[in-house]
Ligand binder design. Structure first.
Ligand code: HEM
Length: 430
C-alpha cells in the first residue's frame, strides 16, 4: 500500500506515534485528547509511523457509517483487519507460503460474499429471539456473580466480578465445562493484551500485532478443536453444535473454520462486555448522582447499558482496506489504502452527541457506535445488551452505594481496552 501523503493530510508525528502505542491506550485521557484534536483539526488524516504501513485515521461518526455501509469497497482484508506491524504481516505471509495455517479465519477476517455465508450460520442464534432462551441461565450467572460481593465491603471488582460474568455466559453459550474458567480467562486476556506485560508475562516480548502471537493462538486452537470434535460426534442444543455441524452450499464447514469461529466468539464476547460493565460501575462510583438516578428508577437500566457502551467503547479500532478510489470528507482515498476506524472517537463526536465527555445514564438519543456499523456490526450486540441489562438489574437489587477505593488502572492494548483494576467500596442491601 502506498498512501501518497500530501503534507496537509499528514497528522502531527507525535499523535501518529501515540496511536500505535499500547501504553497510551492505558491512559484513556491522552488518547481521547489526541482523538479530539484530530476531530477538530484533521478529522481524516494519515498516520505515518515506524514499523507500520501508513494508514488513514477516521475519527468522525458519519465517516465510520459511510465506510461501514460499503463492505465491498472497504474490506476487512484478512490479517489486516486490525492494526499490525509490517513485521507481523511478513511473518503471517511467510507462514502461509510454507503451507502453514493462517492465524485465524473468522468473520472478522472474511469479506463478502463469504463473510455473510458464515455469519448466517449463527445469526438467528444471536438475534433477540434466538437469545431469549438464555435469559434464565444468564440471570442465574449474574446473580451468582453479583453474589461474590457478599461478606465484604471492598473488592477488586474486575477480578472478582466483571471479568468472570461475561466469560461464564460465553461458556454457557458454548456449553463448555465450568472448571475451564480460569484457563479460558487467562487465554482471552493474554490474547487481547499481548503487549501488556503485567497480563501476558513474557509473551509480551514476542508479540507485535494488535492481537495475540501465533503460539498463543495455537494453544487456544487445541482447546477448541476438542470441542468441535465432540459436537460433531454428539450434537447438543448449543451454538458450538450449530457451528460444528453447519454446511455452506451443502459442504460441511472445515474444522479450521469451526475452531476459528469458536475462538472469535470466545474472545470477542468476553473482554468487551467485561470492559463495558466494569467501566459503567467505575463511572457510577465516580458520579454518585448517576448511580442514584438508576437506583431510584430501574427503568433507566437499558439506557445505562447503552451509555456504558458509548462511554467505554471497548473496541478501540478495526481497520478497512479500500478496494477502489473513493472521495471521503474531501480527501482522496486510493485503492489499497488502509483506514483505521476509531470507534471511541465516533462515540465522542460533538456533531452527534450532546456533551460527549459527560456520562449520563439517562442520555437522550444515544445511537452509540461502540458495536460498529454495517456488515461486520457486532454479532453479539443483542446478547451483550441482554447480559449487561440483567447484570445491572441484579447489581442494583443488591448494592446500595458504591465509591472508588483506589485508582482504577487500564490495560495497555490498542484493540480491546478496558480496566484491569477497579478497587471499589460498597454497601449491600440488608
Ligand atoms: C459490550 C460488548 C461488545 C462490544 C463493545 C463489541 C464490539 C464489537 C465491534 C466494534 C465489532 C465490529 C468489528 C468491525 O468493525 O469489523 C464487533 C464484532 C463482533 N462481535 Fe462484538 N462486541 C461486544 C460483545 C460481543 C459479544 C457478547 C459477542 C458474542 C458472544 C460478540 C461477538 C462478535 C463477533 C462474532 C463479531 C464479528 C462480526 C462480523 O465480523 O461479522 N461481541 N463487536
Amino acid at each position: 500500500m502506498n498512501i501518497q501523503t500530501a503534507q496537509k493530510t499528514r497528522m502531527p508525528q507525535e499523535i501518529a506515534d501515540r496511536l500505535v502505542d499500547p501504553k497510551v491506550y492505558g491512559e484513556f485521557d491522552t488518547i481521547h485528547a489526541d482523538l479530539t484534536w484530530l476531530r477538530h483539526n484533521m478529522p481524516l488524516s494519515v498516520a505515518e509511523t515506524d514499523g507500520y504501513d501508513p494508514f488513514w485515521v477516521v475519527t468522525k461518526y458519519k465517516d465510520m457509517e459511510e465506510i461501514g455501509r460499503q463492505p465491498r469497497l472497504f474490506t476487512n482484508n484478512g490479517v489486516r483487519k486490525t492494526l499490525i506491524t509490517q513485521d507481523f504481516e511478513a511473518r503471517a505471509k511467510a507462514m502461509q507460503a510454507q503451507g502453514r495455517e493462517p492465524v485465524n479465519r473468522s468473520l472478522l477476517t472474511m469479506d463478502q460474499p463469504e463473510h455473510m455465508r458464515y455469519r448466517l450460520i449463527t445469526q438467528a442464534r444471536f438475534a433477540p429471539k434466538g437469545i431469549r432462551s438464555l435469559e434464565a441461565d444468564i440471570r442465574g450467572i449474574a446473580s451468582r456473580s453479583v453474589g461474590a460481593l457478599a461478606g465484604a465491603s471492598e473488592c477488586e471488582f474486575m477480578d472478582r466480578v466483571a471479568n468472570r460474568f461475561p466469560l461464564r455466559v460465553i461458556m454457557s453459550l458454548l456449553d463448555v465445562p465450568r472448571e475451564d474458567e480460569d484457563m479460558l480467562l487467562s487465554l482471552t486476556q493474554r490474547f487481547f493484551n499481548p503487549r501488556d506485560t503485567e497480563i501476558s508475562g513474557k509473551q509480551g516480548g514476542f508479540s507485535v500485532g494488535a492481537t495475540s502471537n501465533h503460539d498463543l493462538v495455537h494453544e487456544m486452537k487445541a482447546y477448541f478443536t476438542s470441542i468441535a470434535e465432540d459436537r460433531r460426534a454428539n450434537p447438543r442444543d448449543d451454538v458450538a453444535s450449530v457451528i460444528a455441524n453447519a454446511k455452506i452450499r451443502g459442504v460441511p464447514v472445515p474444522e479450521f473454520d469451526v475452531v476459528s469461529y469458536y475462538m472469535t466468539i470466545a474472545t470477542a464476547g468476553h473482554d468487551t462486555t467485561a470492559s463495558s460493565t466494569g467501566g459503567a460501575v467505575r463511572a457510577m462510583a465516580e458520579n454518585p448522582e448517576q448511580f442514584a438516578l438508576v437506583k431510584a428508577d430501574r427503568s433507566l437500566i437499558p439506557s445505562l447499558v447503552n451509555e456504558a457502551v458509548r462511554w467505554t467503547s471497548p473496541v478501540s479500532h478495526f481497520m478497512r482496506t479500500a478496494t477502489a478510489d473513493y472521495e471521503l470528507r474531501g480527501q482522496h482515498i486510493r485503492k489499497g489504502d488502509w483506514l483505521m476506524l476509531c470507534y471511541p472517537s465516533g462515540n465522542r463526536d460533538e456533531d452527534i452527541f450532546v456533551d460527549p465527555f459527560t456520562f449520563q445514564v439517562d442520555r437522550k438519543s444515544n445511537s452509540q457506535i461502540g458495536f460498529g456499523y454495517g456488515a461486520h456490526v457486532c454479532l453479539g450486540q443483542h446478547l451483550a445488551r441482554m447480559e449487561m441489562t440483567i447484570f445491572m438489574e441484579e447489581f442494583f437489587e443488591r448494592v446500595e452505594s458504591i465509591e472508588m477505593a483506589g485508582p482504577a488502572r487500564r490495560t495497555d492494548s490498542i484493540l480491546v481496552g478496558g480496566l484491569k483494576s477497579l478497587p471499589i467500596r460498597y454497601r449491600l442491601a440488608e
